[in-house]
Design a protein around this ligand. Structure first.
Ligand SMILES: [Zn+2]
Length: 462
């Protein structure tokens, strides 16, 4: 682990870029002749565009460029900052707004700085231009996932500071690398570090998903990703021969069994009995079989081996042991010459914590942070939908594994879900509304005092 101090902020080049962007924005909107004040919508959108224009696409994200930009923002807000490299070249930017009572558990606002790859030719606008169209849509990779959230935290703090608000609890912001490739060198190492322990975190906010309707979505848990590879072996034979137990036949029997299970889970979703995040999803990722020839495959030969790979997602209330049994007995039974490997490509993440309980964050009166969030969103004129299980994985799981409440929340209502898709965009008005939501949430969280109920309270609220 390497510890570094503040890297200094963006040099003249970035400042120039920012000015240039502001200029382009203003001349296209002709909102004002002068530089907008930092609190104006034009300046807020310009900062968002600047962050989006930093190319942090995997597998070679420009992490230091993003870090420099974030540190410059922190400086302009007089936030304390440090850059930590648990793995060289992969900075975690950690900012702090100190609370007046450092003995109280703190608030952590987490976001990742990397974005997923793009198929550039399928985009209408360049994915790193952050083009603002006439409808106010800002097109960029990361506009939804999740550079919006990272900067909204900062903009909310800018507004709270301007209003004279002083936090009681310390507010930390972590900007972590590598979420899109599993978060192992980012949030995972951060959450397990002594530095993290010293923050005395009481609650974490992390990413959610856009909502096509007027209700914001909030996530209290997520499914655990498993990868399953099953392999069939059987006697090879001439392509013309009918015989039992060929590798292909054995594999197909398994695939049929897996597909019946998949349909049973999907039926629950289709019937409206369960949400997508509440069922076990299984999807085939690859099929590997056949004997290659210079022109394709040898056709008059039945191969002796065949393999298939599956992406499986297990909800926190799923039964991982029952699923493993099912795999061993039905999907890859030794009696049919089958073997299997689990977690070959991705670590098989547990859905249970150390004491065997599902890793979820309570969304009832036992969790004051949930109630505060609901109330704060309402105060900001936002609507919150029913809490959900995140269908895929986020860094929030590393914080939940520590036993901390973590809520996935990206305030994007009336927005199509375009994360990882072509032409990812976010409307600027929706972005601005999200800042108001965070302003309300951060204010509520940072001033929260546990009602006296015996004990020192600090443990109870965890
Ligand atoms: Zn994300």
């Amino acid at each position: 682990m390497e510890l570094k101090g503040c890297r200094g902020f963006a040099g003249w080049y970035s400042v120039l870029t920012l000015c240039l962007l502001s200029f382009i924005y203003m001349s296209s909107t002709s909102a004002s002749e002068e530089d907008p004040p930092s609190s104006s919508s034009a300046a807020i959108i310009s900062r968002f565009q600047h962050y989006l224009q930093i190319n942090t696409v995997q597998p070679n994200p420009k992490y230091h460029e993003a870090a420099d930009f974030l540190l410059a923002q922190a400086k302009s807000l007089s936030l304390e900052s440090q850059t930590i490299e648990f793995v060289e070249g992969k900075p975690v930017v950690l900012l702090k707004w100190p609370g007046s009572d450092p003995s109280l558990p703190s608030i952590l606002l987490n976001s990742h700085t990397d974005v997923v790859q793009v198929e550039q030719h399928k985009w209408t606008h360049h994915p790193f231009a952050a083009h603002l169209d006439s409808q106010g849509n800002i097109y960029a990779r990361g506009s939804q996932d999740m550079k919006c959230v990272g900067l909204q935290y900062l903009e909310a703090i800018r507004r709270l500071k301007a209003s004279g608000f002083r936090p009681l609890r310390s507010v930390y912001l972590s900007f972590v690398p590598d979420e899109e490739i599993g978060g192992h060198d980012g949030a995972e190492k951060f959450a397990k570090s002594d530095i993290f322990d010293d923050l005395n975190v009481g609650v974490v906010l992390d990413e959610g998903l856009a909502s096509p309707n007027e209700h914001y979505r909030a996530f209290y848990g997520e499914r655990s990703p498993w990868s399953l590879v099953i392999k069939a072996t059987g006697a090879p034979g001439h392509g013309s021969k009918l015989y039992d137990n060929s590798a292909m036949e054995n594999l197909l029997k398994s695939i049929e069994s897996i597909w019946r299970f998949r349909a049973s889970q999907f039926d629950l979703v289709k019937a409206g009995l369960k949400a997508e995040g509440e069922v076990i999803s299984v999807n085939m990722a690859f099929l590997k079989a056949g004997t290659p020839s210079p022109t394709g495959f040898v056709m008059n030969l039945q191969p002796s081996e065949a393999e298939a790979g599956f992406d499986i997602r297990v909800p926190p209330n799923g039964d991982p042991e029952a699923l493993e049994r099912r795999i061993a007995e039905e999907w890859a039974p030794a009696s049919r010459n089958m073997t299997f490997r689990l977690g070959q490509f991705k670590a098989k993440v547990s859905v249970l914590d150390k004491s065997g309980r599902p890793i979820i964050t309570a969304t009832d009166s036992t969790n004051p942070w949930w109630n505060l969030l609901e109330e704060a969103v309402r105060k900001a004129n936002g609507k919150l939908g029913k809490p959900e299980i995140f269908p895929a994985s986020t860094d929030a799981r590393y914080f939940r594994e520590r036993g901390l409440p973590a809520i996935g929340f990206s305030p994007m209502a009336n927005t199509p879900i375009l994360l990882h898709d072509h032409n990812e965009f976010l409307n600027k008005d929706e972005y601005l509304k999200g800042i108001e939501a965070y302003e309300s949430i951060i204010e509520a969280y940072a001033s929260y005092v546990e009602k006296a109920s015996g004990g020192d309270g600090s443990r109870d609220e965890l």
